[in-house]
Design a binder for this molecule. Sequence first.
Ligand code: GAL
Length: 351
Amino acid sequence: MKVTEKKFGEHAFLYSLTNNNGVTLEATNLGARIVNLYVPTAVGRKNIVLGFDSEKEYVEKDLYFGATIGRVAGRIKNGQFSIDKKNYQVFVDPNTHHCLHGGPHSFEEKIWETAIKENDEELSVVFTHTSPANENGFPGTITVSVTYSLSNQNEWKITYQASTNESTLFNPTNHVYFNLTGDPTKTVADHQLLIDADKFVVVDSDTNATGEKRSVANTPFDFRTIKKVNEVFQTNYEQNVLVDGLDHPFILNHKTKETPQAVLVSPESDITVNVYTDRDTVVIFTAQFGNSGPEVHGNQVVHHGGITFETQTSPGAVEFEGFGDIILRPGKDFYSQTVYALLLSDDEALL
Ligand code: GAL
């Protein structure tokens, strides 16, 4: 196992973690982001996540690629909520009038403090950040740590911890885009997807949660048995047409501890990502970029050129009963883990 560190731009660093199987995870302290995830395959090394080559590119392109998202993942309708009967209005996007991913210049743009940790089984980079009270209108000063670990079992594990000095909202996630072809000019249509969810949250034309949890049964959103993502793209199902793909919270069943909550398999079936999380929801977004996808490593990302697994509490939690509780209170620290476990075919042969 090996860790290296190099400059990524004016302020940021790039950390490379390589395990004993030749898997390399690269992360930057700009937004506590995953930048690259290289895996060995029969046809050479593939980079299976979307990311850019420098701090400058991340700043100029102003996107959430691979970033830690917070304080609150997803949309807060009209940027309004209340805690203990006190009403808050947080910063909203001037175009949509909703608060997306914690509002402008949030976690994804911050330079996080960094520490490296290493033991016999895994390498870790620990990112920490303090968000002051009133940032984007959210109460409470919160201290957040996000640890990325890469193990010799080929698992990328994210551990979130947070504490606050005043009751506030906290619902972080990670905005990694996978494309298991390693080629952002190819769509994820031929990837196979499993989601262990009996229900999804219906969204409106602003992609806000409507409050309706709908059974996936008899809809194209039934991924309880693995099938191609394309089966959604090809339908006239109103929830697909509305957002042109998936941009939906799926309520996870968590029937057993052993089985993954979601699975993504490459078109060649040489790479599988098993997603395990203790969160109750995963938001899956299939990169509806149209013709304005950014260039990554010199190639423009096509429409549907990536897929996210944003583990979290469902958006709508501040509005609707039964959507979960995202209030973080003093003395009750936040702790959560999500694991993206990679299964590489011919693992043995590739070593
Ligand atoms: C997703 C969100 C999408 C889009 C994207 C950012 O999490 O659900 O609607 O805003 O982030 O490009």
